[in-house]
Design a binder for this molecule. Sequence first.
Ligand SMILES: [Zn+2]
Length: 278
Amino acid sequence: MANMIMRFPGGVPKALTLSYDDGVEQDERLIEIAEKYGIKGTFNLNSGCFPPEDVAYEKGTIHRRMPLQKAKEVYAKSSWEIAAHAYTHASLVGLSGNIATDEILHDRKELEKHFGTIVRGFAYPFGAYDDRSVDILKNCSICYARTVESTHDFHLPKDWLRLPATCHHADPELMNLAKRFAETKDWWDPMFFYLWGHSYEFEACDNWDVIEEFCKYMGHRDDIWYATNIEIYDYCNAFNQLIFNTEMTKCQNPTSRGIWFTYGEKDVYVPAGAAVTF
Ligand SMILES: [Zn+2]
């Protein structure tokens, strides 16, 4: 048998996604910069923390959450995913089970109502989680949950409910990792770059050039799929549902999305709901 490697949509070997938390005003500028280079990702919001519509922040306030109407306008213009981040931004660790469940489910419910979407992603407030948090997320039908751990690597996660990032944008290794990711060819595995942070940090550190440089370097490449977190999760999940014969010459795709992979020297595409011989 030959080696089989999952490819991303279009047959490309790499995927890049961003993940930014808290729903702050600076997200608007982040969207603008990322989308200029064809990059997108996911915003993790706390639906119990929207300030009043007429909020006026004191001069010098950096962490400025957007009121709901503003958030709706900003995110509706983008192609980013909306995910949950706990209703009141409470750490799930240490809360009683019913309260932790409510933090997740209440957030999901409110975000789904406000943004007209199905919310299936999550980022752990303060990066805090334990085995019980993972069980509770599963019971709330959350598919993936981002931690604040950095791998400095490009593997897809083994456990989507303990999803680590490649790095935070303030990581001194950021551009070295980006270069390694962009320049590597013929890896034995699908390559995945996951960047996270808070957009207000760019204002706090006066370093918007960090994300501009990253996006400019990583954007508009032929061999990278630019996607939201859930798009990548759903694609991997669909790939895992492919059905093969024992000779590895036939593949059936029972899912609703086209799937790409390489088998030995062959590039194979299996359209949604179709069966192919390769
Ligand atoms: Zn947060």
